[in-house]
Design a protein around this ligand. Structure first.
Ligand code: DGL
Length: 270
């Protein structure tokens, strides 16, 4: 039978630029798909907010994305994936939603011998407090050796383009140097953190780093395929970006990440 496909865009959101790490992986895995990206930069960082506020902000964004006629929403944010995803799934039973935490667990399980590894998990305060990643991993392997830790300065630093700087190195040393030699792999449980990979690699040499992006892109591809929602059109997709804070500030950082110009539009959440 001819698959007509679905040419509507994929909706992706985060508090700011972190979700662009997921968008990059989506672009690699699904180069044909059009993406509408929302960065809630006026209300970022999300990491210190309550679960209630995070759900309310996520609802605002999902409503906006539905107005843009998206066919799936990717929560490209560990914080809302941990705190708001289940409620959103219940509220939007007909909308495919993909989070980053469950795929992150799948990424760990892909490592050979993962059950014997000493794992670290770093994320925002809200994500670590919720403990969903550790709970899901312990559901797979109750004795798994995993410690988690919040690194609240990392996302704001990434948001300001401080990917590789003295101040980022200082923060990474302060947060993580005591794990040197004590962990084998580190899960970057916030989508901003891969942007700091250079510094993290210097602070924790010979540690394997795992991010959430690729496995999330894979989960999205599987979901779209299963639901017959893959795009059939093969013209080059033109992505759209919307931010609640100043677009120029976002554009400057997005260009650093994507290595091409970005022109975000402003949205106002009431
Ligand atoms: N990138 C988000 C996450 O993965 C949010 C970080 C923040 O805004 O604090 O958790």
């Amino acid at each position: 039978m001819l698959n007509k496909g679905d040419n509507r865009p994929i909706g992706v959101f985060d508090s700011g630029v972190g979700g662009l790490t997921v968008m990059r992986a989506l672009g690699e895995r699904l180069p044909n798909e059009r993406i509408v990206y929302v960065g809630d930069t006026a209300r970022a960082p999300y990491g210190g907010l309550s679960a209630e506020t995070l759900l309310s902000y996520s609802r605002d964004i999902v409503r906006f994305l539905l107005d843009k006629d998206v066919k799936v929403v990717v929560l490209a944010c560990g914080t809302t994936s941990s705190t708001a995803y289940d409620a959103l799934c219940a509220e939007y039973p007909d909308l495919p939603l993909v989070d980053v935490i469950r795929p992150g667990v799948a990424a760990v399980k892909r490592i050979e011998g993962w059950r014997d590894l000493r794992l670290g998990f770093i994320a925002t305060v809200a994500t670590v407090k919720k403990g969903l990643f550790v709970k899901l991993l312990r559901g797979e392997h109750p004795d798994c050796m995993i410690e988690s830790r919040a690194c609240p300065l990392f996302a704001p630093m990434a948001e300001r383009g401080l990917f590789y700087s003295l101040v980022t190195k200082w923060a990474a040393e302060a947060y993580l140097s005591d794990w040197r030699g004590k962990i084998d792999a580190l899960v970057l449980g916030c989508t901003h953190y891969p942007l700091l990979a250079g510094v993290l690699g210097e602070v924790l040499p010979s540690v394997k780093f795992l991010d959430l992006a690729d496995e999330t892109a894979k989960a999205t591809a599987i979901r779209l395929d299963a639901d017959g929602l893959l795009r059939s059109s093969s013209d080059l997709p033109a992505h759209e970006y919307y931010v609640s804070g100043p677009p120029e500030a976002f554009d400057a950082i997005a260009e650093k990440i994507q290595k091409k110009p970005c022109k975000a539009k402003k949205i106002v959440f009431k």
